[in-house]
Design a protein around this ligand. Sequence first.
Ligand SMILES: Nc1nc2c(ncn2[C@@H]2O[C@H](COP(=O)(O)OP(=O)(O)OP(=O)(O)O)[C@@H](O)[C@H]2O)c(=O)[nH]1
Ligand SMILES: [Mg+2]
Length: 388
Amino acid sequence: MLIFTYIFVFDIVVCYNILMKKINNTENEKENAVVISICTKKEDSLERKIDEINRLCFSCDLNVSKNFYQIVKDFNKSTVIGKGKVDEIKKYIEECEEIIDVVIVDYPLTGSQAKNLSNIFNVKVVDRVGVIIDIFARGAKSKEAKLQVKLAQDQYILPRLSQMQGSSGRFGSAGVGMRGPGETKLELNRRILENEMESLRKQIAKIKQQRQETRKERIKSSLPLIALVGYTNAGKSSLLNCLVKENIYADDKYFATLDTTSRKLYLGDGNYAILTDTVGFISDLPHELVDAFASTLEEVLQADLLLHVVDVSLGKEDNNIKEYQANIKVTNKLLDSLGATNNRIIVYNKCDILGKPILIEENEVLVSTKTKKGIDRLLSLIKYKLGK
Ligand SMILES: Nc1nc2c(ncn2[C@@H]2O[C@H](COP(=O)(O)OP(=O)(O)OP(=O)(O)O)[C@@H](O)[C@H]2O)c(=O)[nH]1
Ligand SMILES: [Mg+2]
């Protein structure tokens, strides 16, 4: 009896140890990050900024160990944040029980600022641009998206070469900020990188030309083009799925879509249109990505109609402006910078989880891709706008 009890207890201890190791290993597969948010303007909403950078970290599989923030009035040229904050973060990294692999700074750093901070903290430092490029690098599937991300990554790495060389973490590879198509860059020098960028630009230009040919074909077929635009995670891909009854990838992660997907949309009475889904926007979208994705974004400019999708459930108010309203502003600003003057419909999505009802105007529609509420009205508005 005693022996049986002993074996039973022994088994439980062994199982427990195996389980704990598994849990630890799973945790160890992610890089641990300390995140620093920086507010520089009055209109910066700290809470929103922290939420967004944490979501970006989640989208590139980082485990956020702690958030720090600073409202910066006078920039420290070499470290952006002040000495007191630098010391506080350094102390945290040194005393933290888990190994901190990376410090994420939610602000565009120069190569030397990143290097200075990295020398002080003794870990890799990646800024907001690096995080966003990393998400793109993981998500790029098509040849075109891979080339575009690679170009953006090269543009990002070039001024930071010296910081990045030799900064491989405990995962063997260089990890966040340096993974994906550009991972081999760490052994490269400036000249090789510049040559590669030249070659990437040529390849992208070639694809752009092919794209223009397809566009000509489309114009010949005289089908109107409708493009889905909006802040990342607004529900653009879900709306395309809902309208054309498809199943393209949609996910609760930032930048789930990087490739342009086009489908034929039936409008009724024998009329069709081409519906195109593309990459989402975000505030301070890195210029490296805007440049690299220029040909994809140009597709938007050719559209006869833009469906500007908005996640209306983001109703948290800050500085007298709701989060979804701030996101509309960001999208409009980016569209303006591209020179877009297209006809538009604002599609307020996710109305199934909307707290308080909102008032909408003539060119606007309230929908839910989950419950299909408002989809018929959206189709009618599309037909009206296209003169069908
Ligand atoms: N509750 C609710 N969730 C929705 C609705 N539409 C989309 N979602 C969810 O919102 C998340 C983002 O949806 P996507 O369609 O991937 O958003 P997107 O705009 O294509 O995002 P990116 O490709 O990352 O720019 C997913 O988890 C969807 O399930 C809706 O009407 N209601
Ligand atoms: Mg999408």
